[in-house]
Design a protein around this ligand. Structure first.
Ligand code: ATP
Ligand code: MG
Length: 580
């Protein structure tokens, strides 16, 4: 490929809307171009990288027996209505109508379509197991498209689906995918972690996420020195041992005027009721947070969450715990309906299905029997001290909704947790029989009995991966592609204007190509060497060959883009050196 012919304009300046390195560099180096927010075109260089990522994914999917198909992106409403996702997807779904007025959508993911395809063609256990996949364009009207192709509204995903009769079969398909994903992400070469995506608290099946470790990532995950890694949503609290009630002081209400916040309460407690051993802290208080749940049928239900006052409710953890219900604020008008709630001074005394308000009350797992708390006395300006869980109050159960903090113990005992940022690159998920049930995917088993098929669903963000590779591999000069996904193997720059240099370079390029190397040949006759070098660094091909003055002595310079290391190589040895 000759640079003089290549459809490419590199840019000196970062695009105004770019926040993250991959976005800046992929636009500046001419890989992608914005069309609208979250919608990008792929230019020749970008398409080459994309094709390499796709090739890796195809190889590893083939290795586990996956067969490639391709669905349209434009889909009818009915299948998505059958699974409720036409509605559940909310504003994220691109909906449209055809000329007859039929509802259509642009596929955000294709579980329904794959389920129906298998239902359409297969009828016996002998047809299974099966793994089908596609590499295809998906549409989601993301609330915050950002960071270029990292979070697009149109993006490319590899989605595969496994179909099995037995749970063991599903487990095998799941493990095969897990292993394939490890190979895919190892080959792509960015730093990643595999995190447990779901605590299983809601009866969820196995699910792992592959996160690229990125400071600019949108997900927070935790890891421990002992190798535990999980999504914040999946972290379970290490529950302390219960404490015996004997000898614990009796609860007593105290006047605590103007202490509606934990901060003011702790300050007041230390001033008016100091402890002998140490000061009171937020961790000694039990704060009770009210929210409103909206259930899928539209009904609402208040919920009270009791947690140590030094922790906030984590919106994402809470969301997972109460799903499919959604969390809404508990507003002034809600408080008005419950006169027993003394806002700012709410305590377990009125919470719980057995108590005055009848509001369901769930507590943090740290609130074990025998723990003593300062908490609201349900009267304005008053708190109870030494209120003991299990002795003076009980809840309707526990909930994992409190924030996870650095230093918290890992659930598996592998040490203190550290918080880090990541971006989801892949997700494997045991769907089970939900979709098959909804869409009637059944096959005859060995005994001629109809059984419902069990499924897995597995995604890789293919276009996102291109950006993630860049996020993990760039410097102040530009992109530094790992060999496996680089758009070319060699970037050959002619440094000079003498015709002999170009003639010599033509011959070298022909030799390299004959040896199977993809060469980007900067043959632009009038461009200064400085500009050409800048472009080469920006574009990021792993090996840069400079044909310059040394050619007269039969020597070219070979530069490693990643290390910056340069060495002179005899033209006669070049092919051998670069293919070694
Ligand atoms: P996220 O939490 O990042 O929105 P998701 O949970 O919605 O991801 P899935 O529905 O599991 O993602 O989709 C499978 C894969 O598709 C993800 O792991 C991710 O790599 C990729 N992906 C999802 N949304 C986008 C997007 N808007 N742009 C680019 N890639 C995406
Ligand atoms: Mg999403």
């Amino acid at each position: 490929m000759r640079m003089s012919q290549l459809f490419l304009r590199t840019l000196r300046d970062d695009p105004a809307d770019a926040e993250v390195p991959s976005h800046k560099l992929l636009v500046r180096a001419g890989y992608v171009r914005r069309v609208a927010p979250g919608i990008y075109s792929w230019l020749p260089l970008g398409l080459r990288v994309l094709a390499k990522v796709e090739a890796i994914v195809r190889e590893e999917m083939a290795a586990i027996g996956g067969q490639e198909v391709r669905f349209p992106a434009l889909l009818p409403r009915d299948p998505y209505e059958a699974t409720d996702r036409w509605t559940e997807y909310g504003d994220n779904l691109f909906r449209l109508k055809d000329r007859r007025g039929n509802d259509m959508l642009l596929g955000p993911t294709h579980e329904e379509m794959f389920t129906l395809l298998v239902k359409d063609l297969f009828g016996s256990y002998k047809d299974l197991p099966a793994v089908l996949y596609q590499i295809q364009t998906k549409y989601r009207d993301e609330a915050r498209p950002r960071a270029g192709i990292l979070r697009g509204r149109e993006f490319i995903m590899k989605d595969s689906y496994s179909f099995d009769v037995t749970d063991e079969g599903l487990e095998q398909a799941y493990q095969a995918h897990r292993a394939a994903y490890i190979r895919i992400f190892d080959r792509l070469g960015f730093d990643y972690v595999i995190v447990k995506a779901d605590s299983g608290a809601m009866g969820g099946s196995a699910s792992d996420e592959f996160l690229a470790v990125l400071e600019t990532g949108e997900d927070t995950f935790v890891r421990s020195p002992g190798g535990y890694a999980a999504n914040v949503e999946a972290v379970t609290t290490v529950v302390p041992d219960a404490i015996a009630f004997d000898g614990l002081p009796a609860a007593h209400a105290e006047q605590t005027p103007d202490t509606p916040t934990i901060e003011t309460l702790v300050a007041h407690a230390n001033a008016a009721f100091p402890r002998d051993d140490r000061p009171w802290t937020g961790a000694d208080t039990l704060k009770n947070v009210l929210i409103m749940l909206r259930h899928p049928d539209g009904s609402t239900e208040p919920l009270a969450i009791g947690l140590p006052g030094d922790r906030e409710v984590d919106a994402k953890r809470l969301e997972v715990q109460v799903s499919p219900a959604e969390v809404e604020p508990f507003g002034e008008e809600d408080f008005a309906r419950y006169p027993d709630l003394a806002k700012g001074y709410i305590g377990p005394g009125v919470l719980g299905t057995e108590n005055a308000t009848g509001i369901r009350y769930l507590t943090d797992p740290r609130v074990v029997d025998g723990t003593s708390w300062i908490t609201g006395a349900d009267v304005h300006g008053s708190h109870v001290f030494d209120l003991v869980a299990g002795r003076d109050f009980t809840s309707d159960g526990t909930i994992e909704a409190a924030e996870v903090r650095a230093g918290d113990p890992a659930p598996d005992g592998s040490g203190p947790l550290e918080l880090a940022r990541g971006m989801e690159m892949g997700h494997i998920f045991q769907l089970g029989r939900k979709y098959a049930e909804r869409l009637g995917l059944q096959v005859l088993d060995e005994n001629g009995k109809l059984v419902t098929v069990t499924m897995g669903s597995y995604g890789v963000g293919v276009s996102r991966a291109v950006a993630a590779v860049v996020e993990g591999s760039y410097d102040e000069l530009g992109i530094v592609w790992p060999k496996e996904v680089a758009p070319f193997d060699v970037h050959l720059v002619v440094a000079g204007k003498a015709p002999e240099l170009f003639e010599g370079a033509d011959g070298i390029v022909a030799d390299l190509e004959a040896a199977g190397l993809d060469v980007l040949y900067d043959d632009r006759p009038k461009m200064s060497p400085g500009v050409k070098f800048k472009d080469a660094e920006l574009i990021g091909v792993p090996t840069i060959v400079v044909v310059g003055k040394g050619l007269a002595d039969g020597v070219v310079e070979v530069k490693d883009r990643a290390t910056g290391e340069r060495r002179d190589v005899a033209v006669a040895d070049l092919v051998a050196t670069l293919t070694a």
